[in-house]
Design a protein. Structure first.
Length: 509
């Protein structure tokens, strides 16, 4: 990364480049065995032998112990062989590794190869990102909130436990922490958490509604603490659209001002919109409006019917509407430097269908980079679609672990607890994670689709609609039959609710 606020590299595209660069390492059993030996902790260098050896090889330290120095020669040999296979020179690789976040990502890639081999999609040695809902407390009443946020619960982790948890995330190799909630900006220790994240070599990000950050002085404190990336929600071009979604009058003006504050501060800014029938028609004009604000990314969030969102299933987009929205996003990306992304894994399939034969664009989950090296065309299969439980995980205010924030708080999708369980053991051996990572066992059309590696459907949508993480995602045009089942069920639930609320009227039908 050339800019600490440029999470583009951290978020998937260029870390994906590292994945395919080292693909051939896994074909050599000796190399994989060597990598596995480097996962042991070095007491002298106070890090894993892999990290110490890699930093010595890259010239980041000259104070490695003898064992790690010796191992660095083997690590260097493996890296050079892999780089040569994909037309990347050792010099270019070392230049790319100028930033510590890159190194952390590379360590995770090598650790993933040691633990899992090079699979399609790829599994790193630790999540690239943890989305941490540090509190359930919120200053808004959003009707689509996945967290059922509002009042703080009595079971939230203490600040000391969160700090200890950040220490553990740093030690296991997590590359980025994204603080969310509830509303993370109102947590009294949020600035300490951001600083701690930085201190452990992780990239600090935050997802916020922006209400308290309309105050420029307060926003500047986050910049001073080292925040590298901020995501601010804006759910419509019309203030009425946004405010009605958020349940707070004046929320739109506050969010827009917060966006301007962070753009002015030079922090990487992403505007996030959860797209539903409520705001779909406003998206084209929103693109122009947000672009004019100087925003880096515009993220179109895939609606997931969980938390409070389970009560507005009738606002979900049809597969056709979602497909047309993603086509618009792809086409608009050609008009400016601002990237329009989506959490809908179908985005990769849509992009692949629209790309010209001579293009070097690589369709991946939520981002479509271009490369000049044809060997990197394999990138899409390795990055894959839905990254839940593979590239990212979530932590709840009480420390519970889930594949992503959009899974309901149910025991059958709970992975464990940060305080009570061993995180690395969960990441490596948990049976639910093994299932969710395996695109070959998906059910329905998702399992037999030619795009199952680059898409695979949203596993949270599948679970929330059908109670099965392997079920087809009803958001895809190729799963129209499943969508019809969902739509009919929503209509029936709405009718039954109407009858319960209006017993006299319904008795005449």
């Amino acid at each position: 990364m050339t800019n600490r606020g440029n999470s583009e590299e951290l978020g998937g595209s260029d870390i994906g480049k590292m994945i395919v660069t080292f693909k051939r390492i896994a074909d050599n059993p000796l190399a994989r065995s060597i990598l596995h030996r480097t996962l042991h902790y070095c007491e002298k260098d106070e890090s894993t032998q892999l990290e110490s050896a890699l930093k010595f090889y890259l010239g980041k330290t000259d104070d490695a112990c003898y064992s790690c120095r010796r191992m660095s020669k083997l690590i260097g040999f493996i890296i050079r062989k892999g780089a040569t296979s994909f037309g990347t020179s050792e010099k270019e690789l070392k230049e790319a590794m100028d930033d510590d976040y890159w190194i952390r990502g590379l360590v995770s890639v090598l650790k993933g190869i040691a633990l899992f081999g090079v699979k399609e999609p790829f599994i790193p040695g630790a999540p690239f990102q943890i989305v941490w809902n540090i509190t359930q407390k919120c200053n808004m009443q959003c009707i689509h909130c996945y967290e059922n946020a509002g009042k703080a619960t009595g079971k939230e982790l203490s600040s000391k436990e969160i700090i200890n948890g950040l220490n553990r995330m740093g030690n296991v190799g997590v590359a980025s922490i994204a603080f969310s909630g509830g509303e993370p900006s109102i947590h009294p220790q949020i600035l300490d958490f951001i600083q701690c994240t930085n201190d452990h070599g992780m990239f600090p990000a935050m997802a916020t509604n922006g209400y308290t950050l309309a105050d420029k002085k307060r926003a500047q404190k986050f910049n001073n603490a080292g925040l590298g990336f901020v995501q601010i929600s804006l759910d419509g071009l019309d203030p009425v659209t946004h405010d009605s979604f958020r349940g707070i009058n004046g929320a739109w003006e506050k969010a827009v001002q917060a966006i301007k504050n962070f753009v002015d501060a030079g922090i990487f800014v992403e505007v996030a919109t959860t797209v539903t029938e409520h705001n779909l028609d406003e998206i084209p004009e929103m693109i122009d409006f947000i672009r004019d604000l100087g925003v880096n990314w515009f993220m179109l969030y895939n609606f997931i019917p969980t938390g409070k969102g389970s009560g507005i299933k009738n606002m979900d987009l049809s597969p056709h509407e979602r497909s047309e929205l993603l086509k618009t996003a792809y086409l608009e990306n050609n008009n400016s430097d601002m990237q329009i992304l989506s959490t809908a894994p179908q985005y990769a399939t849509v992009a692949k269908s629209m790309v010209s034969p001579d293009s070097t664009m690589i369709p991946t989950h939520f981002y479509n980079p271009e490369y000049s090296n044809p060997a990197l065309l394999q990138l899409a299969d390795f990055i894959g679609g839905c990254g839940a439980g593979r590239f990212y995980m979530s932590i709840e205010p009480n420390g519970d672990l889930y594949p992503c924030v959009f899974f309901p708080h149910k025991d059958d999708v709970k992975l464990g607890n940060l305080i009570e369980d061993d995180f690395e053991d969960i990441w490596t051996h948990n049976s639910l994670l093994k299932s969710i990572r395996n695109k070959e066992i998906l059910k329905g059309h998702c399992g037999r689709c030619e795009s199952h590696n680059i898409c695979g459907g949203c596993r949270a949508r599948a679970y929330n609609y059908f109670g099965d993480i392997l079920a087809p995602d009803p958001g895809c045009v190729k799963n129209q039959e499943e969508w019809e089942k969902v739509k009919n069920k929503i209509l029936m639930e709405g009718y039954q609710e109407f009858r319960m609320k209006n017993p006299i009227l319904s008795s005449h039908n």
